[in-house]
Design a protein around this ligand. Structure first.
Ligand SMILES: Cc1ncc(COP(=O)(O)O)c(C=O)c1O
Length: 529
């Protein structure tokens, strides 16, 4: 793809889903997120007027292709009908439970408390009781091996329609793992990382028993943070024991009353919780939609705070690198252009993209060839590509120094376990090639090849998949509620472990299976042409 073809952009607008009536290719697949010129059949019919900074193709150095086919009308109708039937049966069974014809397994208000205000709303439990319970066997399966390319599962059965489970004592061996976020295959119990983690356990033990600011600041933590800063290309970094807490505890340290958070509608729960805890005003923009973001930014500048119309103290845009339910990649060049134009700050959560994207595995900034300094707060986790645990924040030295003294997770949480820190150091050095091998580069190439191959194969087989062509998170649409459980079970019968997802984690008619591709997957696992 050349620069000149980039200039022939037709489809620079943001990520709307295609309408039901749009003509699609054989399997209904429509490319509607492509910033570079596509074959005629994939193009949008009309060029948009009023292109502005948010539609500037010159911001992208490489093709940006994402697809989100809107649910076909017939499938939508059948899916709603499926939920309708399940709801009718749910009411019927609730009726039978009420009259003790069917045994009621669900927790109920105690008889002596029946005049109290109910502790929980019975209706809210309806979905769990009558819909989720039917397919509960697809989740929380106990795994009894390293979650690598293959894994062992503890076999379990339910004799009461999934209310309780019993272990049979058998192990389901060598299940192909298509669900763990093991992008670079570092979830291992042998090899350089495991050896180094064992050595560090011998030296430091596992627990630290104190916070960073007291007696929990080990030399290995400082070494790790300097390495992380070097990896990200930022001045400084700080690591935390938990990725979720990195978001939920640091956002409140950065913004507060009188500040505005502009949050992507599909942001992770940890970002949402952090934003809520901060007491900032939160406004939500459509997923990866730059017009929607720009509108909010413009309104925020023009109108200021409600009632007083004073300017906002700070405006913080919060986005993720790869969205783990959609497989989409943030339109970072456009977000950065907007944040510069409107003088807002940018918080980028790279939980799924760090290690998994970019020629050097340095995430979405590396992927787009951008300057890390353009992102004010670089957040990420060590739980995915590094096969470890915890999270980090990277950025300017003043930012990190401030967080060390103001973040609850820095001041009040026990610091990271030393073998975990060692796993991060060793895997990161491998990715950076500082171990003197090409193992890191090989894994990055393998992940990229596996991703391209897997997405292409699914598409050729006629499945509807979501997301960016380069995203190792591959959502495959199932739509109907009955398919959620059936797909998970049938895959397991074929010795393949997948994650299936439905409402409320997805919109009601967009249930899906989510595959996570790993560099550890071989052609034997994902058969070649
Ligand atoms: C975008 C994002 N941020 C944060 C987290 C939380 O990270 P952790 O699981 O390491 O606590 C996740 C978890 O999957 C995530 O997807």
């Amino acid at each position: 793809m050349t620069e000149s073809s980039a200039n022939k952009l037709l489809n620079g607008d943001a990520c709307h889903r295609t309408s039901n009536g749009r003509k699609s290719s054989k399997n209904g697949f429509v490319k509607n997120h492509c910033l570079f010129q596509q074959p005629q059949k994939y193009r949008r019919p009309r060029e948009r007027k009023n292109q502005n900074v948010t539609h500037n193709p010159s911001l992208y150095k490489k093709p940006f292709a994402e697809s989100f086919e809107e649910t076909p009308l017939l499938v939508a109708v059948l899916t709603y009908m499926g939920y309708g039937i399940l709801t009718i049966f749910g009411y019927l069974r609730d009726f039978l439970r009420h009259w003790n014809i069917e045994k009621c397994q669900v927790a109920r208000e105690r008889e002596e408390q029946k005049d109290f205000v109910p502790l929980y709303q019975d209706f809210e439990n309806f979905y769990t009781r009558n819909l989720y319970m039917r397919i509960r066997d697809n989740w929380n399966r106990p795994i009894c091996s390293v979650p690598g390319a293959k894994m062992d599962l503890v076999e379990r059965v339910s004799h009461d329609y999934n209310w309780t489970f019993e272990h049979t004592g058998k192990v389901v061996k060598e299940v192909i793992n298509m669900g763990s976020y093991n992008y670079l295959g570092f979830a291992e119990n042998v090899g350089a990382c495991a050896d180094a983690a064992i050595e560090s356990t011998k030296k430091y033990g596992v627990g630290v028993g104190s916070t960073r600011c007291e007696l929990g600041n080990l030399d290995i933590h400082e070494e790790m943070e300097q390495l992380v800063a070097r990896f990200l290309g930022v001045e400084s970094s700080m690591a935390f024991g938990m990725g979720f807490a990195t978001n939920s505890m640091n956002i409140p340290a950065l913004t507060g009353k009188g500040c505005l958070i502009l949050s992507d509608e599909l942001n992770h729960a940890s970002l949402v919780l952090g934003a809520r805890l901060s007491a900032s005003t939160i406004r939500v923009f459509k997923h990866n939609n730059m017009q929607s973001l720009e509108k909010l930014l413009r309104d925020a500048i023009v109108h200021g705070q409600p009632r007083t119309h004073r300017p906002w103290k700070k405006i913080l845009i919060v986005v993720e690198g790869i969205y783990s339910m959609e497989g989409s990649i943030v339109r970072l060049p456009e977000v950065i252009a907007l944040k510069k134009r409107y003088k807002a700050y940018l918080y980028l959560d790279e939980a799924h993209s760090i290690g998994a994207l970019g020629p050097n595995g340095r995430g979405v900034v590396d992927y787009f060839g951008l300057d890390p300094k353009d992102v004010d707060i670089m957040m990420g986790t060590f739980t995915k590509s590094f096969g470890a645990a915890g999270g980090y924040i990277g950025g300017k030295k003043e930012l990190i120094d401030y967080l060390r003294n103001h973040s609850h997770s820095a001041l009040y949480a026990t610091s990271m376990s030393p073998p975990v820190a060692q796993q991060i150091i060793t895997s990161m050095k491998i990715i950076m090639g500082e171990d003197g091998t090409t193992l890191g580069a090989d894994r990055l190439r393998q992940l990229s090849e596996n991703t391209t191959y897997f997405r292409r194969k699914l598409r050729e087989m006629g499945f509807i998949i979501y997301g960016n062509d380069d995203s190792p998170v591959v959502p495959m649409m199932l739509y109907m509620p009955a398919k959620i459980g059936a797909f998970g079970r049938e895959m397991l019968k074929r010795n393949i472990g997948t994650v299936v997802v439905g409402f409320p984690a997805t919109p009601i008619i967009e249930s899906r299976a989510r595959f996570c591709i790993s560099a550890a997957h071989t052609r034997e696992i994902v058969p070649g042409d």
